[in-house]
Design a protein around this ligand. Sequence first.
Ligand SMILES: Cc1cc2nc3c(=O)[nH]c(=O)nc-3n(C[C@H](O)[C@H](O)[C@H](O)COP(=O)(O)OP(=O)(O)OC[C@H]3O[C@@H](n4cnc5c(N)ncnc54)[C@H](O)[C@@H]3O)c2cc1C
Length: 805
Amino acid sequence: MADFPNSARVVIIGGGAVGASCLYHLAKAGWTDCLLLEKNELTAGSTWHAAGNVPTFSSSWSIMNMQRYSAQLYRGLGAEVDYPMNYHVTGSLRLGHTAERLLEFKRVVGMGRYQGMDLDILAPDQIRDRYPFLETHDLTGALYDPYDGDIDPAQLTQALAKGARAMGARIERFCPVTAARREGGEWVLTTPKGDVRCEIVVNAGGYYAAEVGRMFGRRVPMMVMSHQYLLFDTIPELESWSKTAGHKLPLLRDVDSSYYLRQEKFGFNLGPYENPCRAHWATPDDPMPEDFSFQLFPDDLDRLERVPLLAEASLQKVINGPIPYTPDGNPLIGPMPGVPNAFEACVFTFGICQAGGAGKVLAEWVTEGATEWDMWSCDPRRFTGWEDHDYCVQKGMEVYGHEYAIHFPHHVWPEGRMKRLSPVHDRTAALGAQFGPYNGWERALWYARPGDDTSEAAQRTWARQGPWAAAVAEECAAVRDAAGILDLPGFSRFRLSGPGAADWLARQTTGKLPAEGRVGLCYFADDKGRIITEMSAARLGPDQFWLITAATAQLHDRDWLDRHLAPGLTLADESADWAVQILTGPQSRSILGAVAEADLAKPWLTWQPAQIAGADVILMRVSFAGELGWEIHSRNADTPAIWDAVMAAGQGHGLRPFGMFALNSLRVEKGYRAWKGDLSTDYTILQGGLERFVDWSKPDFRGRAALAAEKQAGISKRFVTLKIAAGAFDPPYMSTLWHDGHVVGEVTSAEWGHRVGACIGLGMLRADLAVPGCVVEVEIFGVRHRAVVQPDAPLWDAGNARLRG
Ligand SMILES: Cc1cc2nc3c(=O)[nH]c(=O)nc-3n(C[C@H](O)[C@H](O)[C@H](O)COP(=O)(O)OP(=O)(O)OC[C@H]3O[C@@H](n4cnc5c(N)ncnc54)[C@H](O)[C@@H]3O)c2cc1C
């Protein structure tokens, strides 16, 4: 076909707001040999019927970053590309009905301020100044977001497309991609207009993303919901107010009643997130049509009986369209797992307000292989492949039905549970374990005692003193004074082997490798010196290692290792084959000595084969809890007998099972970092306070040049441990640090430390203030609390004497 572009460096499949933004941002980065293929007309998917709200609000740092960037981009885009758009920055009010909701708002105000946005809390009597038509007697307050507004989604897409074209990128409409194959290191995409060859492909297929993914052998974890909004006729009172005021009402989100209300001309647009809600195309008798372009679902007003406002106004039109959901409600932006030179930017639930930021992030992934902001919350690799269709449907419906719900730090959502169980699950459950999923694996969070409140409702609190608090205190005391056992299913585990494995691993990690028979912590940096991941390495032979890492990191870390793996080396994922128990506390040697045939005098950071209850195990002398202890690694089938033997031996030694809540408290007291909280690509190895894990004598390792340059230039911020005079709440993730009236850092983890009797924060602080004794303030739900920088050593057992004991 004449003029048909048969090749491009990058092909984007899908021309909604997100695909167009990807094209625009790639072109802006100088990658103009890019082509967008759209099966119908631009915007034919979810984009054409979206309401077009553009909030900046999010309780997630990275999502807020994306949305803030989008709003900024949209303000200047029309002028930049000469495509005027209807973008009304009206501001918005989020109404709070409860004290807990107001705390959520205060937290988000703090995060927003750190991102340069002045969000504000309004008292009930101030709300009507901004929104006169409101009944406020039962409200606790509101959050005012001056940057919120609405945009015409089709115009936004066309503007991005126009900008991209002007820079040299191309768009081919009415050109569905029907198949993909790999040929000579390139992708060849089949379309009715001809084949297209490309180096890199991006799935921006919106609610068709699963169909597009299948062409690449990839199962995209998603489902499709129907979502609707209702347009009401002109309301004379609103018309006269608006004409007098000269502007529209701010957008209203009544989050505790789960709907938004936006002024549309002189009427309203009402968008509910209903519960019960409806999944679409989720069963064999309701297959997804091959082409649903520019179509809607039938109205479904039965679902709306809970929205009282409906009784008042006269309904003009209902827009009910498909909206895709991942199991956690965040989109997929990043490398397509297991597929070379392929990326995803799809399954957006808020794809209009996120399109701008998503395009930036996707373009960085493609052009640089890394993103400016840590984007783990949207990384496709956070799902590891076990998430089946039923799970996706259950979770998608749960997220939709609670779209505006508060995400409390200790709350566990109930749907899609009990999918992956430890070999001793029934035993821990019988002891009172209250579970939470980690990469689907149910782990004990805490052990309820008789009479403890284990209801889901009781978990919905920001307060430290939840119903688990007393039990967790006892669990920590047992670990400190006697012994505790923690069942840890789902550890990710890779066996690295082959000639030259040690040399290769040394080039991938910043520090020294452990000697044979020993275990060590290894840090992986990217080329910019930023923290990619942390793994425990057990050296099994000269060129053989077990690399053990977080459950949630399974696909991320495997992908990182695979991408860089040298020819001749093998990496086997043994995660599913093994179970782990942490046995720790001063009595752990006596307990283990009673059941294990092993040399328990071997020092800290060693491993050894041993036998317990007649089964082979590997004992590793390490403890994330910071006490004398061993990890018992056993085959799944052997694990129940091993558990029983250890528990029986623990009788009389004060052995007690403990859960993840206690572990979190214990590890913070030791200053041990958590992946994707304290350890993320937002920080370099040096900022993260990990220089003792850098072996500068190695001539070459990934990130070395960047880290050496940073060291010479001076480190801008540093990891610190803080003792915080907190009240009833520990600071949530990304609580800001203040000094002398300026924001100077952030808290990345905080917990009550039961052994040291204080609230402890781990975080990042401006380097000149990161000195022991320096006094700063932590903003916790809008109130600043005194915090003191601690010496650069663990707060509990600074010399590690107990670990070595
Ligand atoms: C009623 C409703 C209201 C909404 N309101 C808002 C809102 O106020 N704010 C907000 O942020 N979000 C809102 N959303 C969500 C928003 O519409 C989506 O998140 C967004 O449009 C997703 O954009 P996208 O580019 O990822 O996907 P889409 O717009 O669905 O684009 C995907 C494109 O891929 C194309 N395609 C698929 N398969 C192929 C193929 N094989 N070959 C070529 N092309 C292909 C499709 O034709 C389609 O054009 C709303 C959704 C609904 C249903």
